[in-house]
Ligand binder design. Structure first.
Ligand SMILES: NCCCC(=O)O
Length: 853
């Protein structure tokens, strides 16, 4: 063993798990050396979740990033000779139509993201998996590429570490916990261990179940929580003895019963042939704070394998025996069964990326085995290049607002996500029930009185529509279909579409208090934003203007989309609630890296915003402002910002529109908000729910949303957001952007699609939600562009003014023709679609005359 080092380029905390080992491997692959890995246990770990994981790899999911990371991992494990591609089943029991529909949706997501999952009949299931009672099921998803890491991910972790050590680029130290971090001037300097302090430029925390304890050393928290997960064993099961098969049968998921099953294969190649049956406590998840995880010497099996009472799982086990009677025939191996700890998280995603507080401290926590090599590849690329092969917004630790890193919130949300690991299916629009009412606008009580239908974003309670507007349903009945399919209608309120139409005919107020607001001040604030933004920011002519622009990454791809106010002494960035926190941390880091003297401050809770839009926006606003003439078209040009006064309060009015109508965003101090709301409502203008703003009118206007339609997977020209001219000043991504402009066409374009017919095979009109693969009707295959990127609906909604389902999707250049016929797949059925516009193409008011009226 090498001498204990006192310095390294990188220290990995938690090297012994599959995540730590994979990070070491990928950093080395990206050219890093002088890496030290430490682990509080053995290497490979004998106490972490890698030591007991079931090692499933199912790639098919509704999340593109996790499909990508799992497919990458499968390939990685297979190349190492450690993957059994036995295939995986997910069954729907007779009577469980919700599960059956979910499986069909999953197959569609698989087609969108590139898996080979398909639906198969009960007879086909029986053929693949003879242990099943065929009459218990109505169908199944079959993924031929699902499988298991063999013999265990723990073995792979050991092998990766051995290889890395052999390369001379990694030194590994087991039984060496991190006891504190050395942090100076907001930067990581090293890790303290009982064996000595290792100074380092970078520290990557891969400590899995104990990750929160390491984050605490940096004064921050991770939104993750270990949760019990019963793993039970039945045997002996020696059907595959001497067959040479590591694993004999496909994997079986029975999510309707919150359970799964697998065999452990040939006893000669494993620990003895058994069947593993696993379960998730979904009605009563049992969290275990990392502080309460036992030390090794006190644990019966290991700290992450906690004792299990069979009675706790008896009733789901009985249901499992109905499906797979063999479980009742084999003996229960009590001594080998346990509650394995796995990580659950507040939003289902891991915590990856640089610390919010300490530069050079990175987290890679809450990663399942199936994603570990893929996530490690992203981490290594991110650390090395500042970007990753696919957009990483959904895993970035910077995505969390401060309230989302508080203990109570973490616990509430983790309980909720733990209760939804398998069942019931999660609707794409499903709001969280826990961790609510964190942020309420000053008009919240008024909205409650109006019968607001609330969902949450960025901690804000947002009304998507108001019961008080239901009388409008009669007025617009012919334009607002009743959604007969429960799934299409879930978490949707028909009144929202009536509000949409009323705003179009007259005027409406929209509560936009959820905007994430960041003030950038200091001598270099313009220089920072000039460097980051594609639009020109500097120059006195821009003072008093609102500017819509983007941050690009070094590849010229879109990483942020927002408006900003160029004020005399500051820039205020107005951002989506979802995207804002990441952009705030990004600006701070870039300013620091470039040595700029700026202060970046989150002012989200200090100000609120109301939108007033519609053909009568001006006349209504003129009724309550102190100087009505100032609102006249000639006095208040489009995109201008002007101070106005309403109800004796100072308001910053911004003439802009995300809903394609005449009107303003009105920004004011939080404490002035209620008076302004009441004054505006006194004119008789209705409150319009945020559904119109965020979804229905947005898509009628072909407007793009960051983290849905805009991602770093596509460039600014593909998103059709490039300006006519490129600004003089240099900016991040400019060189690549110029290269993109020089092409005669882009590999793909973000297009507007309409569903030309939405009747399903039962004659029911459908209003699809979620991810739908976009296919060529000739072949039935999902479209793929020349860079291998697949086409799916990044947004989809019914537009009541247009009377059709409208979607946005990136299409390969070969299919970018207006009128081109396509199809989309939803719940096992295909619907004809058509390209309504290549690139940015509003279907409502295509000339954009209304906002400028
Ligand atoms: N803990 C076992 C994982 C099972 C699954 O991936 O469904």
């Amino acid at each position: 063993m090498s001498a204990f080092p006192d310095r390294a380029r990188v220290v990995i905390v938690g090297l012994g798990g599959i995540v730590g080992a994979s990070v070491a491997h990928h950093l080395i692959e990206r050219g890093w050396d002088d890496i030290v890995g430490i682990d509080k246990s053995g290497i490979p770990t004998d106490i972490g979740s890698t030591a007991h994981a079931s090692d499933f790899c199912y790639a098919t999911s509704h999340d593109y990033l996790s499909t990508w990371t799992t497919l990458y991992s499968i390939d990685f494990f297979e190349k190492l000779g450690h993957y059994a591609r036995v295939g995986g089943l997910e069954v729907a029991r007779v009577g469980d139509d919700a599960r059956m529909n979910e499986l069909k949706r999953k197959v569609a997501s698989g087609k969108a993201f590139g898996t080979r999952a398909s639906m198969i009949s009960p007879a086909e299931v029986k053929e693949k998996f003879p242990l099943i009672e065929q009459d218990q099921i109505q169908g199944a998803l079959w993924d031929p590429d699902a499988g298991l890491v063999i013999p265990r991910s723990q073995t792979v972790a050991g092998k990766l570490v051995d290889r890395a050590e052999t390369s001379g680029k990694l030194r590994a130290f087991s039984n060496c916990p991190a006891t504190s971090l050395v942090i100076e001037g907001g930067r990581i300097r090293g890790v303290v261990t009982p064996r000595g302090t290792i100074m380092a430029d970078l520290v990557v925390v891969c400590a899995g179940l104990w990750g929160r304890l390491i984050a605490e050393m940096a004064g921050e928290d991770l939104p993750v929580f270990p949760v019990d997960h019963p793993l039970t064993f039945f045997g002996p099961y020696n059907e595959f003895e001497n067959t040479g098969k590591e694993i004999g049968r496909p994997l079986l998921r029975d999510q309707g019963n919150s359970a799964y099953l697998r065999d452990t294969g040939d006893p000669k190649t494993t620990e003895g042939g058994q069947i593993e049956w696993g379960y998730y406590y979904e009605s009563d998840p049992r969290l275990c704070h990392p502080r309460d995880i036992l030390e090794k010497e006190f644990a019966r099996l290991s700290p992450s394998q906690r004792d299990l009472e069979l009675e706790d799982v008896l009733s789901p086990l009985e249901r499992a025996i109905e499906l797979t009677p063999i479980l009742g025939e084999l003996g229960y191996n009590e001594s080998h069964s346990f509650n394995g700890l796995l990580q659950t998280t507040t939003d289902g995603g891991p915590s990856i990326g640089e610390s919010q507080k300490v530069r050079g401290l990175w987290y890679a926590v809450a990663i399942w085995v199936k994603d570990a090599p893929g996530m490690a590849r992203l981490v290594a690329d991110w650390i090395t290049d500042g970007r990753t092969a696919i957009d990483h917004a959904s895993i970035d630790y910077s995505r969390f607002n401060p309230y989302a890193l508080e203990a109570k919130f973490i616990e509430e949300r983790c309980v909720e996500t733990a209760s939804k690991i398998y069942n019931p299916p999660v609707h794409p629009r499903e709001p969280f029930g826990g961790g609510r009412n964190i942020r309420r606008s000053p008009f919240y009580q008024r909205e409650v009185e109006l019968g607001g239908h609330f969902m949450e974003l960025g901690g804000w309670e947002r009304a998507h529509g108001y019961a008080a507007n239901e009388p409008l349903l009669e007025k617009y009945a012919s334009q607002i279909p009743v959604r007969e399919h429960e799934w299409d209608n879930r978490h949707f309120w028909r009144v929202s579409n009536a509000e949409h139409l009323e705003m179009t005919a007259d005027c409406g107020l929209i509560n936009l208090s959820h905007f994430h607001l960041t003030d950038i001040t200091g001598p270099d604030h313009v220089e920072l934003l000039e460097w980051l933004s594609a639009a020109k920011i500097g120059g006195d002519g821009n003072i008093g203007k609102g500017i819509y622009t983007h941050f690009l990454d070094d590849e010229g791809n879109v990483r942020a989309d927002f408006t900003l106010f160029r004020l005399a002494d500051r820039i205020r960035l107005i951002n989506g609630a979802d995207a804002g926190p990441r952009d705030l941390h990004y600006m701070r880091r870039v300013a620091q890296d470039r040595g700029l003297d700026v202060t970046v401050t989150d002012v989200t809770e200090k100000y609120v915003t109301i939108g007033i839009w519609g053909p009568n926006a001006r006349v209504n606003l003129q009724k309550v402002v102190e100087d009505p003439a100032a609102l006249e078209k000639e006095n208040f040009p489009f995109a201008a910002i002007r101070p106005i006064r309403i109800a004796g309060k100072d308001v910053t009015a911004f003439r802009i529109s995300y809903v394609g109508e005449q009107g303003w965003e009105l920004h004011m101090a939080y404490e002035d908000g209620l008076a302004v709301w009441d004054a505006l409502r006194s004119t008789g203008v209705i409150a319009v729910g945020v559904e119109t703003y965020a979804n229905s009118r947005r898509l009628e206007k072909s407007l793009r949303l960051q983290n849905a339609d805009l991602r770093t997977d596509y460039n600014l020209l593909e998103a059709d957001l490039a300006r006519p001219k490129v600004k003089e000043a240099d900016f991040r991504g400019k060189a690549k952007h110029l290269e993109h402009r020089a092409r005669d066409h882009q590999p793909a374009m973000l297009c507007t699609l309409i569903l030309t017919d939405n009747l399903d095979s039962n004659g029911i009109a459908r209003y699809p939600v979620g991810i739908l693969p976009v296919q060529d009707p000739e072949t039935g295959e999902t479209l793929v562009d020349e860079l291998g990127r697949r086409s799916w609906t990044s947004s989809i909604v019914f537009g009541p003014t247009i009377g059709k389902n409208i979607a946005l999707a990136y299409l390969p250049w070969s299919h970018c023709q207006e009128g081109r016929r396509l199809q989309v797949e939803y719940m096992g059925e295909t619907f004809p679609a058509e390209v309504a516009g290549v690139g940015y193409k509003p279907l409502y008011d295509p000339e954009n005359l209304k906002p400028r009226s």
